[in-house]
Design a protein around this ligand. Sequence first.
Ligand code: B12
Length: 590
Amino acid sequence: MPLVRQEIFPEKKLPDATELLASGSTAAKDYCVGSNPFLSQHNVDSEASYKRKSAASRRIMHHAQVGFRSLDKSCRAYAEIYDSCLAQDVIIDRYGLCLDWSMGYPTNQRHDRPQGTGLLLADIDDFVTLTQCAPVAPHFGDFVLGMPAAFENTTAALAAGSTAIGNLGQYFTFRLPHWDDDIFTTSATLKALGLIATQEVEILVHSNLDDGFAALFCDLSCCLGAVLLEKYIVNDLIGANISHCYGHHFSDPTRRMAFHLALAQVTASPGTMIYGNTTQYRGNEQENYASLEAYISVDIAGQNLEPTGHAINPVPVSENIRIPDIDEIIAAQVFAARLVEQPLAPNSSLDMELAHRLAGEMVFGAIKFQHNVLDGFTRAGIDIDNPFEMLLALKRIGGKRLEQLFGPGLVDALAPRGRTPLIASTIIDEISELARHHLAQVSSDDRRIIGKLNLKVMTATTDVHEHGKLLLDRVLTEVGITVVDGGVSTDADDLAFLAKDAGVEAIAVSTYNGVALTFARDLKAELKRLDLDLPVIFGGRLNQIPQASNTSMPVDVSEDIISAGAFVCEKPEDAIALLAKIIIGRDRND
Ligand code: B12
């Protein structure tokens, strides 16, 4: 169906974009970039100028992701990682400071909101205290822009001397629990962008594409097209300066390199960082070192060939288990630095000739995607000169539909988004491969039993992580279960209501953000309130930081989830075996 304005914006009137930008701009007299050891020791006014100098001298920069629950531990990490790496001749250039998702709510509403595994900062002083701990550029990349607290968090980040602030990618896809006011979020983001655009020094507006639509696009041209659209909104309409990050989902070396080359062609400002190919971290620590080497050697080669100012990001090998600890962060950085010093053997799966060709095709496809989107919006009556309308329309339409409607590939009813991708992204193939593997593990007995039961199961996620659910949906469907969609980033009360409404026989929840136990308890309580006695199965990362923890590290909560009356399964095949057992047992008792 073509787009219709009324469907995207049912509101009679939207807030005035010019007024929002102007109010941010006016605030610039009160909020500007503060000092910190990074800016003063390197004698630069912004990280962007530091990046340009480093890229010109062909020095590869290092990014480390930091953000423990407590300020004390994060301050210790800020100093210790820098000092310990320096002692081993490794310079850490920037820290990605990972705020907790509860920091995304306005300050006066943070109390009692569900907390994840990230950093909690009470006020501007806390932001400033953190960035004084070492001469490393502070990048407030998560839960600032794109959140209801965008404006207040931006003022604090600026005061702490941060000149790279994000994360516009999160605006498009992240939903905070129980927060549905996207008009408020868009207004706060525009006001923050107005403040940023008026700063006297250059601020990079960071956007992690993988936090945005790139995690779900099937065509890499659309990922690059998202770069063009964001650049159009931030640079052309608002007058600020966008800087992109990519990497989590770029597993194929040649396509990873092709994206780097294509991005370099369509952007001028320095990139923030290239994210680790974290979706390949599936094994133990030793196995994950192989994944680290595989992607970081492509990123090093890419920076040697085409220095874009992106820092490399050696992700610690405990990444797939929980947030990594300080010593694990240091180990990964030293490993990568030694690789930078090696004369790199050519990576056998990296085809440079093909990478250059794909980069050209990707740029072509991205321009077509951007053109299609702008043209389609105009036809629908969306004002493409208005940054408020552009942002909100993209967010409300969502990545999957944008790709369906405007992707540059040829229409093909059998392809995942109804189009043949110009350059296929790897994540959808990876999920299909995982599904094949897990299906092969389902016992023939379970298959036979489930096949006869005609079961209806609702699947949902508690947060943005959707791949576990996509995998589960695929495997459950293949064994004959009817899967009903309970949504992504769903609230417990909504999920219980949806389950009742759909008349399902069980609920399967995929959860990753360190909120597993709270969600399990809330969901069981909501089901009880609706007088519904359904089996609920949890899988994903079943951990949480205990209330009284002084380590800031999450612990496994599987046993507590079971005590709360839910089930825990590690793999889809375990859930199938469990469902067969529960339903057969129930039918016998009936
Ligand atoms: C991909 C990814 C993302 C993508 C998600 C894209 C998307 N749309 O899905 C992006 C980049 C957006 C992202 C964002 C974030 N992420 Co993330 N992400 C990951 C990553 C790399 C992979 C997770 C994944 O999807 N795996 C694919 C699935 C198929 O494989 P699997 O996880 O092994 O699942 C198996 C089982 O668990 C099972 N399973 C899964 N669900 C279920 C459900 C049931 C019922 C059953 C039976 C089985 C089952 O199926 C699989 C096969 O057995 C992990 C690290 C890692 N390597 O695991 C971090 C990770 C999960 N993320 C993490 C965090 C902290 C975040 C952020 C908060 C970061 C930030 N500051 O922005 C945000 C989330 C914000 C939000 N609002 O929710 C943490 C969680 C920490 C913790 N709990 O201790 C992790 C562990 C990384 C880390 N070490 O810090 N992330």
